[in-house]
Design a protein around this ligand. Sequence first.
Ligand code: NAP
Length: 247
Amino acid sequence: MRVKDKVAIVTGAGQGIGRSIALRLASEGAKVVVTDISGKEFDTAKEIRDLGVEALPLKLDVTKYHEAHDAARQVWEKFGRIDILVNNAGIYPFKNFDDMDEGDWDRVIQINLKGTFNCTKAVLPYMKAQNYGRIINISSIAGTVVGFPNLSHYCASKAGIVGFTRGLALEVAKYGICVNAVAPGPIETPGTQIMDKEAYEAIRRAIPIGRLGGPQEVASVVTFLASEESSLITGQVIVADGGYTLQ
Ligand code: NAP
């Protein structure tokens, strides 16, 4: 029960990594606000309630600041705290740079990077008021440790998240708020399951542990960063990739 009675907001928690993070935080004692754009936040919240833990599903498109602001206000009014924010919502639409237009670029930056800004901006006044907070941003090895072709917009957004993490960590440390990032390698999620078999196999072979990661393995790192055990860690990026970027 490493996050017992903490109140956590997870974005993009209807499926994949976000869903696993929400379930894990709940199983470790947190009250979880499950947010997503897809409607699947209700499914994840039901799974949590089935465990006998409180969960609040909220529709939240992270690109809309007013939705993030309203969500934070609702959470504060209901629970009187916001301890943990996991900025997980993100997209990775493969497109080579020649075919990429301004709209493709803007969409990825809006969801992945601006979405992280919006949700953080919305919760920070509450975290400051309570002198406590844990913000965990889901970045990627893409753009931060290695490059990935056909994902230049994604790489830019994920490198931006790391810069944001480091800068903000310095500003909010005095309020008892830690800001860290997790950089996963390839993870089995509905988002990556649409990869063709050949591409999937090539990636699998390139991972020293011989398999893609599971979303619950990312959730373990996030739970550590959300807990008291990580109280001395801020502004850091934790790579979780089964050794993919070591070679
Ligand atoms: P996923 O399976 O595609 O799930 C992402 C969830 O976010 C979906 O429910 C999606 O809804 C939702 N979403 C999309 N746009 C949103 C918005 N504007 N506001 C709120 N929610 C939105 O993704 P995943 O693979 O779990 O990845 C989760 C995070 O981990 C992302 O930030 C991703 O970049 C990062 N990551 C993933 C991997 C990997 O290999 N899977 C590796 C490194 C980092 P819809 O289904 O309706 O779009």
